[in-house]
Each structure stands twice: as C-alpha cells, then as structure tokens.
Design a protein around this ligand. Structure first.
Ligand code: 13P
Length: 249
C-alpha cells in the first residue's frame, strides 16, 4: 500500500450555473466522504468565489487555468494572485483542452506552473498523448517531454499533482484499461525517479483522467500501484462523483 493520499479532482469545465452548481455543492457538502481522500473541484473562473463560499472547507477548489504574471494588461485573463484572493488553493494547468483547443504550448504551461507555485497555489499539471501519438507508438516520448517542461519549473513538488489524461479517452466514450493507465503511470513515476529523486517519485500523486465512465472501473483503477486518484470530467457534475471519491475506501 503506498503512503500517498488518494486525490480526486472534479473538472467541471465550462458547465453549470449557480443553480445546478449550488445543488451539486449541497450534495457534496452533505455526503459522507472518505477522509483518506483529498477532494478538489475545478470551477469555471466566474464561479470560483461563489463555489468557495458555499463548498464545505474539507473540499478544495481549483481554477481551471490562469495566466503567468500577477497583473497587467491581459484582457480576459485571471492571475494566481486573484485566485488566491478568492481563497482558492489549486489551479489545473496544461489540460489537453488548453493545449489543443486554445493552442497553449509546453513553454507557456511551464511558465504558468512556475508562477502558480511561486504564488503559493497547488498545481494539478496535466499531460497526455493524442490517439495519433499513441498509435504511432510515441506515448512515452510525448508524456515525458510534457513532464520535463513541467518539472523544469517546479522547485517544491509537495504542491504538485500530476494528471495523466490520454486525450483519446476524454469525452470520447473510450476509457483506458487499468493496465493501460498503470503502464503509463509507472513510466511517469520512473521518469520522476530517474530525473529528479526517489523522494519525489515516491511522494507525487499521479492521477488518471479520462472518460467519466471511469466510474465503472474506478475501484480497479485506484487499486493499481501507481494510480493515486482521478481527475474526473463529466461525472464530477453528477451525484455519482461521491462514489468515485469513495472508490478506494
Ligand atoms: P471526462 O471525464 O468528461 O472524459 O473528462 C476528463 C477530463 O478531461 C478531466 O480533466
């Protein structure tokens, strides 16, 4: 059994409104949650303040993105300083939708990681390969390169959770099998061991994100030695998110 505390993130993406998120918050606040599991909900930026004010303090809140400097003429962006000012503890960075829909580069993601950590926010840093990359046999190269750029910008790994999210399993109806997830998680942990240290490799949580159908096999996934939790999309907006949180109890 690893000593790493299980981490379950909900990534609400650009979904919900005050009414539906208010109901979801009520469900989470009144649910019996395994306290061996750290839970964080990623809310749309306009609702961060609202969500933090309503959600029970035993559940963390994450922004889904931010910019790389504290303030300035960057129309439409939010800074880590603003996120902190709203009492938020985490930021999701490098999500595949940021990389592929909004064209964020590894370099920009690295700069954001550095600035968020300097600003005393925790970072859920995402990596993952596309279907073409997997089929071309380059999964390892892709996730190692993405991880390297993140690692080059991290001084304190205690504030970082690494999320492996195969792009082909996000919102597509496809789920990585527990073996497929474990294989990449093990390689990522091996990369941390070879390039950083045993202490980092042994302590950093590597969580799996993919099709919300993860609910069907989350117990089996959570039982894999290198899978330390989940980053859940669609299913995190539903009451069954509670069952995913409690999957390993
Ligand atoms: P789905 O669970 O909706 O496939 O999304 C996964 C994801 O992108 C989590 O960040």
């Amino acid at each position: 059994m690893s000593s790493r505390k299980l981490f379950v993130g909900g990534n609400w993406k650009m979904n919900g409104d005050k009414e539906s998120l208010g109901e979801l918050i009520m469900t989470l606040n009144t649910a019996s949650l395994n306290d061996e599991t750290e839970v964080v909900c990623g809310a749309p930026s306009i609702y961060l303040d609202y969500v933090r004010s309503k959600l029970d303090q035993r559940i963390g809140v994450a922004a889904q993105n931010c910019y790389k400097v504290p303030k300035g003429a960057f129309t439409g962006e939010i800074s880590p300083a603003m996120i902190k000012d709203c009492g938020i503890e985490w930021v999701i960075l490098g999500h595949s939708e940021r990389r592929h829909v909004f064209g964020e580069s590894d370099e920009l993601i690295g700069q954001k990681v550095a600035h968020c950590l300097e600003s005393d926010l925790g970072v859920i840093a995402c990596v993952g390969e596309t279907l073409e990359e997997r089929e071309a046999g380059t999964t390892e190269d892709v996730v190692f390169e993405q991880t390297k750029v993140i690692a080059d910008n991290v001084k304190d790994w205690t504030r970082v959770v690494l999320a492996y999210e195969p792009v082909w399993a996000i919102g597509t109806g496809k789920t990585a099998t527990p073996d497929q997830a474990q294989e990449v998680h093990e390689k990522l942990r091996g990369w941390l061991r070879a390039n950083l240290s045993d202490a980092v490799a042994d302590s950093v949580r590597i969580i799996y994100g993919g099709e919300s159908a993860v609910f069907g096999n989350c117990k089996e996934l959570a039982a894999q030695p290198d899978v330390d939790g989940f980053l859940v999309g669609g299913a995190s907006l539903k009451p069954e998110f509670v069952d995913i949180i409690n999957a390993s109890s």
